[in-house]
Ligand binder design. Structure first.
Ligand code: ARG
Length: 561
């Protein structure tokens, strides 16, 4: 927020707000000020020596209340804040309550976020953790900034696997039995099918025939399909509840069955569709990519065909300004091809499509989600994290009320946070001990800090913010904490701009660390009323900010831990 205020004030003498914003730095040492502006970058465009630029800019800082003074050192403008004035700004921030960091910069803009997009007939595995929590965090972050957000679960509910499941159900089970069982049962049928089909390849023909019947709308086949979808949706909804994820649309692949022809017509009209060994493809040689296959020789459409139809449908339905796809980097080529084909089609939203890629999650013991069957179900990971959290809470605070609910929030929070802590593209090695470390860069650490704040606030009771001794929160540790609390909005904006929730994750850890440093040497609830008021006020702001920050990530903050 200081950067924003400073860049507004210094957008003068031929400099734009952005020029200043990009140049502003935090000095390496506190004695050089709170912020500094190196003026070297502007020398050429302004045709002035850097120290002369710094001198020209200096007077414009006078109108900023929180700026105490600025010094010109070489080509730098070193800016010093008035600590008490900065602390006073907490009041405004505090008045926002849980709306800290909120803005309306996205007003009037619509963002579609395609995320989670699980595959029907398979239990939710850990490979879908990142897309779900990164997408969910981006959803809330954009919403916090005033955007109209549309969360879309592009369900993987189409493909020959449904034919396979029908064959398996008819051979070894029944529709009734599937209905009465869970998604793991369904998966076991699928696994058994694959085993047996290796020796009986004719089963695949049968499966294809059944899938064709689904495509043709045959009632018996569709009845199976509906049950498979139902069983899976019930199961994934439970996971979404635990992860605090919601969607505005579940229009999945099957939804586009009757919407692909219109797109294929556009492609034909523009002479983009060519025949290749009976199949129909769009040639992307000029763009150094393999052709994009859209219709197989037998007439079947593909994943990419449905994605083209989905893009048109979303543009028409939501008139989005941006359409984000939160999908693993393994699908880089798919999205590059998709976006290129849409450009060739002169699709109106072609420039606004973005693939938000992320890395893989593997388990510490080497296990990974693969087709080979060593699949890690997300539900198991969440349950285990909750059990472990419960054990830790039992040990730390055996008398606390509602331990189970706290453990749910800590265990699930720990798993969610682990997928948000790094830049998206990094592969993650998941370790229960690491994510549940109460002293690490983890959700439990931040939650614990929140509970510590909450406890101090309970003890301190009501306080008067008009009667405070600022010197009680403007010593070095207090001042760092105050500044950090005020910078929450910056982290939210940065996260949105780069589509990287890790900026919020890193921020809440930083804020928690700064609070704990302050807390170590400063009692909050002291006798001196003016000091107590100031410290309670600061603690209150920190607590609210942590809660809001965690909330954006989809993590709750228990009052007691
Ligand atoms: N269901 C796909 C998968 O699990 C992800 C779908 C992503 N969204 C899309 N519009 N292609 O790999």
């Amino acid at each position: 927020m200081f950067e924003l205020e400073l860049s507004k004030a210094l957008a003068v003498e031929g400099l734009s707000e952005n020029d200043v914003l990009e140049a502003l730095e935090k000095p390496k040492e506190a004695k050089l000020g709170d912020m500094c502006l190196p003026c070297f970058k502007f020398a050429r465009s302004l045709r002035l020596a850097p120290p002369a630029i710094a001198a020209k800019l200096q007077p414009y800082l006078a109108k900023l209340d929180f700026v105490d003074r600025a010094e010109i050192v070489g080509g730098y403008l070193n800016i010093f804040f008035n600590r008490a004035k900065v602390a006073d700004m907490l009041g405004e921030n505090f008045a926002l309550g849980n709306d800290a960091g909120r803005s309306d910069e996205g007003k009037g803009k619509t963002i579609c976020i395609d995320f989670s997009s699980v595959n029907i007939a398979k239990p939710f595995h850990i490979g879908h953790l990142s897309t779900t929590v990164i997408g969910g965090a981006l959803y809330r972050i954009f919403e916090h900034l005033g955007y109209n957000v549309v969360g879309i679960n592009h369900l993987g509910d189409w493909g020959t696997q449904f034919g396979k499941l029908i064959v398996a159900t008819r051979k070894w089970s029944s529709l009734e039995e599937v209905k009465g069982n869970d998604e793991y049962y369904l998966n076991s049928l699928y696994v058994r099918y694959h085993k047996e089909a290796e020796e009986h390849p004719e089963m695949d023909d049968e499966a294809r025939a059944w899938f064709k019947r689904i495509e043709d709308g045959d009632a018996e086949a569709v009845a199976y399909f509906d049950v498979f979808k139902d069983v899976t949706m019930k199961a994934v909804s439970k996971i979404y509840d635990r992860l605090k994820i919601k969607f505005d649309s579940y229009a999945g692949e099957s939804f586009y069955n009757d919407k692909m022809d219109a797109c294929l017509d556009i492609l034909r009209e523009k002479n983009l569709l060519v025949e290749s060994e009976g199949a129909q493809v769009v040639n992307l040689e000029n763009y150094n990519m393999p052709p994009c296959l859209l219709v197989k020789a037998d007439g079947a459409t593909l994943y990419a065909t449905r994605d083209i139809a989905a893009a048109y449908y979303r543009k028409k339905t939501y008139d989005f300004d941006k359409c984000l796809y939160v999908v693993a980097y393994q699908q880089n080529l798919h999205f590059k091809q998709l976006f290129q084909v849409l450009k060739l089609m002169d699709f109106a939203g072609a420039e606004d499509m973005e693939h938000i890629a992320f890395g893989m999650v593997s388990m510490e013991d080497g296990a990974m989600s693969t087709r080979s069957g060593r699949v890690i179900w997300l539900q198991d990971v969440l349950d285990k994290a909750v059990d472990k959290a419960l054990a830790i809470i039992e040990e730390k605070n055996p008398n606390s009320a509602d331990k189970q609910a706290t453990a749910e929030s800590v265990g699930v929070g720990a798993v969610v946070f682990s997928a948000l802590w790094n830049n998206r593209i990094k592969d993650i090695v998941f370790s229960f001990d690491k994510v549940l470390n109460f002293d690490g860069e983890t959700a439990p650490y931040v939650q614990y800090t929140y509970a510590r704040c909450a406890s101090a606030l309970r003890k301190g009771g009501a306080y008067d913010i008009n009667n405070m001794d600022f010197s009680a929160i403007t010593d070095d540790d207090g001042y760092e904490l105050v500044k950090c609390a005020l910078a929450f909005g910056d982290s939210v904006r940065q996260a949105a701009k780069l589509r990287e929730p890790c900026y919020v994750a890193r921020y809440v850890v930083d804020l928690a660390e700064k609070f704990n440093r302050f807390y170590k040497d400063h009692r909050i609830v002291v006798d001196d009323e003016r000091v107590r008021n100031a410290r309670l006020h600061l603690t209150d702001c920190v607590a609210k900010t942590i809660k809001t920050g965690l909330g954006l990530l989809g993590i709750s903050a228990p009052e007691v831990m």
